[in-house]
Ligand binder design. Structure first.
Ligand SMILES: NC(=O)c1ccc[n+]([C@@H]2O[C@H](COP(=O)([O-])OP(=O)(O)OC[C@H]3O[C@@H](n4cnc5c(N)ncnc54)[C@H](O)[C@@H]3O)[C@@H](O)[C@H]2O)c1
Ligand SMILES: [Zn+2]
Length: 335
């Protein structure tokens, strides 16, 4: 078992990585229907409310249904709300807990790799509106995040790969040893070996916590977490979400690495090494033929006149940011 802690002026969050133990005290467990077995292991008699899965559940109507359910069940400030599932449940239930009675104790129990290394860490919660994703939400730190790598066993392969794209990202932005570990133990990573994954998740979470501790509200450093995402988000949108988040981010990291090489920030060896690892994990690196990628990128809030701001690699574990890149350079790697 590994334990990490995030201490902020207004809150402390403990992250426990290892086998799950039951939640103590009065609690209400809200879980993704697909992981009700995990939820029951946590419950020890506490009620479990299961909700259907899917991005469409991050909605105003399900949020309101949760608030009403909290009221009906007499949830008060001593009741712990546990969110068991991927980023969808974490974001939705996290926002419900952040706002019900102006905040009730929250424990995140992420069950996808993406949520274990990213969504459940850092205190961002949100729902989607018709006008766009994650438009209504709050910064709200959970008391605890409980990560059980064994819960990944049942995760569909495509979702597992999405998490691996983020894991590779952490290696590139901050941790050369993590990157080497991934190269060395790729087989065990692909086999989802819990011991190997515990070590890897621990390293990723440590990085995310360090970044959040230094920049909780995203004014500077937190931007490095966006590596691969400027191109990635545009690809997701331009593909009409046929590309998964992880696939888009993997292609995005390769494209952004090539932009960095074009600017003389890194060399071909780095670009190829990163591509090899992504491909080893079954992730794509080639930009598919899609219209409107640049247009989708100009949507991005990091737009800066005719140039777009990027976080770019100098090598494994070393980043340059923000770097304003002219559109013709971006165009060149996208076509
Ligand atoms: N708050 C943040 O900082 C943050 C960061 C990144 C992403 N997000 C959000 O996270 C969401 C995506 O999260 P996600 O990729 O975890 O998606 P998800 O929650 O939809 O989970 C993916 C799929 O896996 C299923 N599932 C979950 N755990 C399982 C398990 N152990 N076994 C079998 N099936 C399982 C779910 O039912 C779902 O079908 C998006 O809404 C995104 O906006 C939030
Ligand atoms: Zn991401």
């Amino acid at each position: 078992m590994r334990i990490l802690e995030l201490r902020l002026p207004h809150a402390t969050c403990r992250v426990v990585i290892g086998p799950l133990t039951p939640i103590r005290g009065p609690a209400l467990i809200v879980c993704d229907r697909k992981v009700s077995r995990v939820a029951r292991r946590l419950a020890r008699g506490a009620p479990v409310l299961s909700i259907p899965s899917g991005e469409s559940r991050k909605s105003v109507s399900l949020l309101a249904a949760l608030w009403n359910e909290f009221a009906r069940r007499g949830v008060d400030r001593r009741t712990t709300i546990a969110a068991v599932g991927g980023g969808v449940v974490g974001d939705l239930v996290g926002f419900a807990a952040a706002t019900y009675l102006r905040g009730v104790p929250l424990v995140q129990v992420p069950t996808t790799l993406l949520a274990q290394v990213d969504a459940a860490i850092g205190g961002k919660t949100a729902i989607n509106l018709a006008a766009g994703k994650n438009l209504a939400g709050a910064f709200y730190q959970p008391r605890e995040v409980r990560i059980d790598p064994a819960a990944l066993r049942t995760l569909p392969a495509r979702h597992y790969r999405t998490g691996l794209a983020e894991v590779v990202k952490y290696g590139v932005i901050r941790d050369a040893e993590l990157f080497e570990l991934l190269e060395r133990k790729a087989d065990r990573v692909l086999a989802r070996d819990p011991k190997t994954m515990q070590e890897i998740i621990h390293r990723c979470v440590r990085i995310k916590l360090e970044v959040v501790r230094r920049d909780e509200r995203e004014s500077g450093l937190r931007m490095i977490l966006n590596y691969g995402h400027t191109v990635g988000h545009a690809l997701e949108r331009a593909s009409n979400f046929r590309l998964s988040h992880g696939e888009a981010v993997a292609i995005g990291m390769h494209a952004e690495a090539r932009i960095a090489r074009g600017l003389g920030l890194c060399g071909t060896k780095f670009v190829e090494r990163q591509a090899r690892l992504l491909e080893r994990f079954g992730l794509p690196t080639r930009v598919p033929r899609l219209g409107g990628i640049l247009r989708a990128m100009a949507h991005d809030k990091k737009r800066l006149g005719r140039a777009i701001r990027f976080v770019l690699p100098r090598g494994v574990g070393r980043m340059a940011f923000p770097v304003a890149v002219a559109r013709r350079r971006i165009d060149a790697v996208l076509s």
